[in-house]
Design a protein around this ligand. Structure first.
Ligand code: PEP
Ligand code: MG
Length: 938
């Protein structure tokens, strides 16, 4: 057995240690400043400063970067924790620290907060350790009031701009601080933002304006007045004129938004702990909406949809950052490469502001080199000066993740370890995602085209609201959510949909961002269709009319929308060079073996193609289901309802050739890789027919009356079949059943060997609980082995004899079991069922409550319950190897394809995991990551 060394801390652990030390030294530091070429914090302090705060500090203060970042400060996540522990109060010294940092910002900017002549305006934003796009609140333009607006007009020389900022502040503040943070539930679900928005739209409509930017200064002035009066009327309180009140109100609202409904929902999906809390960053405002020499944008250092090493981004002239993400105006491409069907005609940033583009291009290169990873950046250009507002590791889909990791490794930017750790094992699912059948697709005309925001193919029935998506999905319907645009309120429905289609927004819109994070098929900015919410329908430009419930098929890789339900096919992985590159590294590093579970020879071939190193579970009974199963199933039934041993033997003799062929084909495909063949496992009554015609056929064949046959069938009934006459118990009651199977396996192997092929079967006995069962069955195996060797005139047929460990008692008696068995394979489906006493077939009835109430962290049938079932596995492995040091140990329950479970199996020193063919690449990657995270010393 190999020794394991567990690392003392992972990356997160190291961060935490730094953080704790930091706390001890500067126990009372709650505010971290950045700006003017220096910063108190840095990128490694994400736990304390949140992703946004840490990266702002890094960009502003790191000697290699010192980028143009508007100055500001970050209030730590510790304050958030304090806030919730102390009835929404702050530590006493916070105020003084904020004031000090604000003075420093004032000094850097040469402006003063609450100064009517030369005012400083600030933004207040959230920032958790891990990005939660759009799930928490932001307030911009804080510091504006009737007095300071005069100063802003003086500074900018632009009254229109000043009033536009003012109406935005009132709108955001009323919504975020006065309504949401105060817990006011709006009447008829129509929040204050909507009320104010309608007022704005009304003016635009009246004047025939298309964009907000068309509004004149006088119209904005009137709107500001109207907004204030409306806020007072609707919310019963006036919009606060005092800039400090605005500032603290906004800080409190951001902290409150950590416990907002959508943030909680998102954390549940993403498994982000509640205790982390958010930091709050306060930063000097810079404006992308100061006329046509100003702009704002979002960009990625590489294409997040494909992984291509090309600078990719979008911007809007004369706009604030929110306008890009909200997807209201179609953003323009930053360069030629970023053009798409919707933005083809718009001028690029490279064309309109070539010098600034060059500066931005250099900065993004610098950032990527510095972080050694693809960055998602936000920038603003204020009157011809470029500012960096944010950078973070960019979300990417699985296809892009694999390509970037492979390319960056080739470019020597990262080593093999980083390349492997960069890809979340589950992201590989996307590479295996089905796509629309290319043949059918070729022959079908799309009804619309949009932007390819999330790859793969998907089909489903159209719904037009997130609520309907959730409802329909709960009924088992596959749905496609069609919206003008999505907002964070939609996350639940988006998650439950097969795919998302929006008519507005670009590749950086909310829908695109969220779908990409999940690797979901998604098309955005599909302007070819117009939604009619009142009739729950949409009309495409080509005249196609689609209503709720109609089928739609999407090609998220190309952005194409098709009417109807199209077939889906699997992708050819061998053609993906980046994948092959990465998997080569994976196989060099991983220690634990990865096999596939296979029900049929076709499965075996698929698993092999995905890199399986053997079969960990061949469930022979599957030859009795599905295509081509009629005859073997009939013979099996004949055997089951036989009364005497002779009758049974007769049926078994007939069945023998089918079993042997199935085994032989599989062994042949696996070319000498080990193939674990399990002896018959399910309770026999599962196979008996219930329809009259089949019963009649059986009675005739057996020459018995229908009545007698029915009595025999009835006799097979059990009250608790999962704990009943199944697994090895069948082999003990009917030794001839074991004998037939063992003979089939050994003859198939012997014949292959004689024909010069390689074959290596492992005979596995299921559902055992005592070594005596193993001894009982081994006698049969030994006898048949001798007979087959004699019969085939072969000296030796290599094989192993082992057992599944599926019953807690078997794990506890592992030392004894291993005296007979050459190998163990943990059947964690049954082991979980029998350890928890949860029926694997009925857990759906109560599991959601257990998860919601956090009685269980995960579904134990999906990821190994390491504290309970895991202990049994560990104990069983150790005890088994005590009796037989080289005992081969594997796992063949569903957990073998779950990344966390694979890592667990690696840590306890198993030899292999086995999972369904499509999980094999995921298990391989997880195995390599486990080897890197938990190195093993031999
Ligand atoms: C198991 O119990 O984990 C197992 C692999 O066997 P089955 O799912 O066929 O019961
Ligand atoms: Mg089982």
């Amino acid at each position: 057995m190999k020794n394991l060394i567990l690392p003392k801390t992972g990356t997160g652990g190291t961060e935490r240690v730094t953080h704790l030390k930091e706390d001890a030294k500067k126990a009372a530091k709650y505010v971290y400043y950045f700006g003017g070429g220096k910063a108190d914090g840095n990128e490694s302090m994400k736990n304390l400063l949140g992703g946004k705060g840490a990266n702002l500090a890094e960009m502003a203060g790191h000697p290699n970067l010192r980028l143009p970042v508007p100055p500001g400060f970050t209030i730590t996540t510790d304050v958030c924790t304090y806030y919730y522990k102390n009835k929404k109060k702050y530590p006493a010294i916070l105020k003084a620290q904020v004031q000090k940092a604000l003075s420093a910002v004032e000094k850097d900017m040469g402006k003063r907060f609450d100064d009517p002549n030369n005012p400083l305006l600030v933004s207040v934003r959230s920032g958790a350790r891990r990005s939660m796009p759009g799930m928490m609140e932001t307030v911009l333009d804080i510091g504006l009031n009737e007095k300071t607006i005069k100063g802003v007009i003086k500074q900018s020389g632009d009254a229109r701009f000043a009033y536009d900022a003012y109406r935005r502040l009132i709108m955001m503040y009323a919504d975020v601080v006065m309504e949401k943070a105060d817990g006011i539930v709006p009447k008829g679900n129509k929040g204050i933002r909507k009320v104010l928005d309608e007022k704005l739209e009304k003016v635009k409509h009246k004047q025939g304006y298309k964009f907000d930017t068309d509004l004149t200064v006088n119209e904005l002035k009137t709107l500001v007045k109207d907004f204030k009066a409306t806020v007072l009327k609707v919310l019963g309180k006036p919009f606060p004129e005092n800039p400090y009140e605005q500032l603290w109100g906004s800080i409190g609202a951001v902290f409150s938004s950590w416990r907002g409904k959508r943030a909680i929902e998102y954390r549940l999906i993403e498994k982000i702990p509640d205790e982390w809390g958010t930091a709050v960053s306060v930063q000097a405002m810079v404006f992308g909406n100061m006329g046509n020499t100003s702009a704002t944008g979002v960009a990625f250092t590489r294409n997040p949809g494909t992984g291509e090493n090309k600078f990719y981004g979008e911007y809007l002239l004369n706009a604030q950052g929110e306008d890009v993400v909200a997807g209201i105006r179609t953003p323009a491409p930053v360069n030629e490469y970023s053009k798409n069907a919707q933005s083809r005609h718009l001028p690029t940033l490279e064309e309109t502001m070539p010098d600034l583009y060059k500066q931005l291009f250099e900065i993004q290169k610098k950032l990527e080199r510095h972080y050694k990873d693809m960055q998602d950046i936000e920038f603003t250009i204020e009157k011809g000066k470029l500012y960096m507002l944010q950078c973070r590791v960019g979300k990417r889909n699985g296809i892009a993740a694999v390509k970037m990791a492979s390319d960056m490794y080739d470019e020597k930017m990262i080593d093999a370890k980083k390349a492997i750790m960069r890809i979340a094992p589950n992201q590989l699912v996307e590479l295996l995602l089905p796509m629309l059948d290319p043949e059918i697709q070729k022959a079908t005309k799309p009804i619309a085209k949009g932007l390819p925001a999330g790859p793969g193919g998907a089909k489903g029935r159209v719904v037009f609201s997130s609520i309907d998506a959730v409802k329909w999905a709960a009924k088992g319907e596959k749905v496609i959510l069609v919206r003008e645009e999505t907002s964070p309120e939609d996350v639940d429905g988006m998650y439950k949909s097969q795919a998302i289609l929006t008519t507005k927004g670009g590749m950086t819109s909310h829908a695109a961002l969220v779908a990409r994070g999940w690797g979901k098929c998604c098309i955005v900015g599909c302007a070819d269709i117009e939604i009619h919410s009142d009739t729950k329908s949409f009309k495409a430009n080509d005249g196609t009319f689609i209503k709720e419930g109609d089928w739609l098929s999407l090609d998220g890789t190309k952005g194409l929308v098709y009417k109807g339900s199209m077939g889906l096919v699997d992708i050819d992985l061998d053609k993906n060079e980046s994948y092959t590159n990465i998997m080569k590294l994976v196989d060099k590093i991983k220690i634990i073996g990865v096999r596939t579970n296979a029900e049929t020879p076709a499965d075996a071939a698929q698993g092999l193609k995905f890199g399986a190193e053997g079969i960990g579970l061949f469930r022979t009974e599957h030859m009795f289901y599905g295509e081509g199963s009629d005859q073997p199933l009939f013979l099996l039934r004949k055997m089951i309802v036989s009364k005497t041993e002779d009758e049974r033997k007769l049926a078994l003799n007939e069945l023998f050739r089918y079993v042997k062929k199935d085994v032989k084909d599989t062994l042949n495909i696996m070319k000498g890789y080990p193939v674990t063949i399990r002896l018959l496992d399910p309770p026999l009554h599962e196979f008996v027919p219930h329809d009259k015609e089949k019963l009649l056929q059986l009675s005739q064949e057996l020459g018995i009356s229908m009545n007698l046959l029915k009595r025999r069938v009835l006799a097979l009934h059990e009250n608790n079949p999962m704990l009943g006459h199944r697994g090895v118990r069948l082999g003990v009651s009917y030794p001839e059943v074991t004998e037939m199977q063992v003979r089939a396996i050994l003859e198939a192997t012997g014949e292959l060997l004689l024909a010069g092929q390689k074959a290596f079967p492992e005979i596995m006995v299921p559902v055992t609980c005592t070594e005596n069962e193993l001894i009982h069955q081994k006698k049969i195996v030994d006898r048949v082995y001798k007979e087959v060797c004699d019969e085939l005139k072969i000296k030796k047929i290599p094989y192993l004899y082992g057992t599944m460990i599926e019953i807690p008692r078997a794990a506890l008696r592992a030392e004894k079991m291993a005296t007979v068995a050459d190998f163990f394979s943990f059947g964690t489906n049954d082991l979980t069922q029998m350890s928890f006493g949860f029926s694997r077939d009925d857990i759906g009835g109560f599991l959601p409550i257990y998860l919601d109430e956090k009685l269980l962290e995960d579904d134990p049938f999906m990821t190994i319950d390491q504290e309970g079932v895991g202990e049994l596995i560990k104990f069983g492995t150790e005890r088994g190897r005590k009796a037989k040091p080289h005992l081969k140990v594997g796992i063949c329950g569903e957990h073998g394809g779950d990344a966390e479970s694979v890592k667990f199996c690696h840590r306890i020193g198993m030899n292999y995991v086995s999972c369904s063919p499509f999980r094999v690449p995921i298990a391989r990657l997880a195995a390599a990551q486990a080897a890197l995270e938990y190195p093993i010393i031999t």
